[in-house]
Design a protein around this ligand. Structure first.
Ligand code: FAD
Ligand code: SIN
Length: 555
């Protein structure tokens, strides 16, 4: 292994190449040099799997107020209304920018296969919790198209250098050089995965855009990159973290032994699919017993209802029924889902689709304002890694791509406004390179695989869709043990990407457990059957602050 130190400097370091990172990089590149890093291929991220689309007010029959109200209702009394308003109103401008870059959203003519007067208008999808059709989509591969358009623009930009297969290990903050006054972010230590060599990236501004943490649970819709690295790194750099107890479970992940996790978009229910469960050999609807919006109720309610029905009936899965729609429509509206199911022998025009809930979206994250500003100076957190207050206790469907677009724009505008005035208290040459100490090569990789599996299993069993105080207590004891073991392993052995991710996942698990243990009520996605449901506004955010590890309520 080549251990020679290497350092790179730039104006903006952007960690992550999903919608949040790519948009941040493109905006920043107009003002300075940008380094963009992704720990896998640049197009492997949660964004690339987004199906439903981007919620945005586009038509006269809709209004910003209606979108705000739907978001607040889904958020169960915990959304920050000023942030909701800001992001919802930014929607049309951010969508125009995507279209100017070449993104094609599906039109009505493409779905109805006709040339009617509104054939050129965008086809708007509907999803759970939305009282209107307002979700712009590119077929059912919206995220893949978004990444393709943005990544192409980034690759072509002379001010952007992209480092793929490079994993950020830790942020560099003024605490690293024992500067005890205000905490500034100065860049990050980043591992080149092919060699495990750790490079020093020094930057004026750092944007965390590392996405979600679905891999903390055994069953998830998220790809392997979603290990919560950004939240864990920000925590180690003394940033405040918020609302980690609110992990969203998507109600309808395909249940099939022969496929990797595959989402059946909520847009399928938006086009009329209903949820059913098998009772005494019959397939019966059940969502009307749980919510007036039935199968299109907000996601937390639908996921809990399915969980309850599965536990009551002992069945392995629930089913989506959209057999009343004709095959041509389903193929035009959901080409990817329709094709994927056909490959598995399921014809959605004729067969029921087996589904189960799975961990999907981390509503909590690094605490920021609507500009993505964290509590560490010159560190921004944008996209799923951040917690702006938009989602509150439960995210409204298709609001996260919108949030990432809006906050990326705001963050770079804020940084640019301070570009010349910001002088960090530490000179770049004072920043030390990574010190590997006398760590050795590990001959016990099994420890990592075993711990990884154990952690994801107990998080699913004890800190899943429905929690109790006793289960949370058990989880807390387990995570303490695992964290101690991982920390010891971390300092004794040479770092590998797997070890970096495992340590981060354990840290995320501990934050979820701590936040969940602190909340003495059931609200939105946090359902603790020892406490009654409370959706009254204003709820209080949970905030984790170092060095006192205890979660505290925000004043
Ligand atoms: P991501 O797109 O996940 O990107 C994270 C990036 O960070 C990746 O490039 C990754 O490699 C990189 N990274 C992570 N850690 C490190 C590290 N340590 N070092 C270097 N790089 C790192 N939302 C909607 O609004 N509408 C939808 O229709 C929708 N559908 C969805 C469907 C699925 C199956 C899933 C999983 C999510 C869906 N979501 C949807 C949620 C939405 O896709 C995500 O919240 C959003 O795309 C997150 O974007 P992001 O840029 O923050 O993170
Ligand atoms: C979906 O298409 O069901 C996912 C939408 C989202 O997560 O916002």
């Amino acid at each position: 292994m080549d251990t020679a130190a290497a350092r790179v400097t730039c104006d903006f370091l952007v960690i992550g190449t999903g919608v949040a990172g790519l948009c941040s990089a493109l905006n920043a590149a107009r003002h300075g040099s940008v380094i963009l890093i992704s720990k896998d291929r640049a197009d492997e991220c949660n964004t690339a799997y987004a199906q439903g689309g981007i919620a945005c007010v586009m038509e006269e029959g809709d209004s910003f107020q209606a979108h705000v109200t739907d978001t607040l209702n889904a958020g169960a009394g915990l959304c920050h209304e000023d942030v909701v308003r800001d992001i919802v109103q930014a929607g049309p401008a951010r969508i125009r920018e995507l279209v100017e870059l070449g993104l094609h959203f599906t039109t009505r003519g493409e779905i109805d296969a006709g040339n009617g007067p509104d054939a050129e208008a965008y086809d708007l999808g509907r999803e759970g919790g939305h009282t209107r059709r307002r979700v712009l989509h590119a077929g059912d591969i919206t995220g893949r198209e978004v990444v393709a358009v943005l990544l192409k623009a980034c690759r072509n930009h002379p001010n952007i250098r992209i480092f793929e297969n490079h994993i950020a290990v830790d942020l560099i903050s003024t605490r690293h050089v024992n500067w005890q006054k205000e905490n500034w972010c100065l860049g990050a230590y980043v591992m080149e995965k092919a060699t495990c060599r750790i490079l020093t990236f020094v930057s004026k501004f750092t944007v965390l855009a590392t996405g979600g943490a679905g891999k903390v649970y055994l069953y998830t819709t998220n790809p392997d990159v979603a290990t919560g690295d950004g939240v864990a790194m920000a925590w180690r750099a003394y940033a405040e973290i918020s609302n980690m107890e609110f992990f969203q479970f998507h109600p309808t992940c395909l249940y099939h032994p022969k496929t990797k996790p595959f989402l059946i978009s909520e847009a399928v229910r938006g086009e009329g699919a209903v949820l059913k469960i098998r009772r005494r050999g019959e397939f019966v609807e059940f969502m009307q017993d749980y919510h007036p919006m039935g199968s299109l109720a907000p996601r937390d309610i639908v996921a809990r209802a399915i969980d309850n029905e599965l536990k009551r009936s002992g069945e392995a899965c629930a089913y989506l029924d959209i057999r009343h729609k004709d095959e041509g429509f389903l193929r035009r509206r959901f080409p990817n889902i329709h094709g994927h199911l056909l490959d598995l022998g399921i014809d959605m025009a004729k067969d029921l689709i087996p589904v189960v809930p799975a961990a999907h979206y981390c509503c909590g994250g690094v605490r920021t304002d609507v500009k993505g500003k964290t509590t560490v100076r010159n560190l921004y957190a944008v996209g799923e890694v951040g917690c702006t207050g938009l989602h509150g206790a439960n995210r409204l469907a298709s609001n996260s791509l919108l949030e990432a677009l809006a906050v990326a724009h705001n963050a770079i505008a804020d940084a640019v406004g301070r570009f010349t005035s910001e002088q960090p208290p530490v000179r770049p040459e004072q920043i030390p390179d990574w010190n590997a100490g006398d760590a050795k090569d590990s001959d016990e990789q099994i420890v990592i695989t075993h711990t990884w599996q154990e952690l994801r299993r107990f998080m699913w069993d004890y800190v899943g869709i429905v929690r109790t105080c006793k289960r949370l207590e058990r989880a807390k004891n387990r995570i303490r043990l695992l964290r101690n073991e991982i920390e010891k392993y971390y300092w004794d052995f040479i770092l590998t990407p797997d070890l970096v991710e495992l340590r981060n996942l354990a840290s995320i698990a501990e934050m979820i457990i701590d936040c969940a243990g602190t909340r003495q009520e059931s609200r939105g996605l946090h359902c603790n059957s020892d406490f009654a449901e409370n959706t009254r506004p204003p709820g209080q955010d949970t905030v984790l602050r170092r060095p006192s590890r205890a979660a505290v309520w925000l004043e």
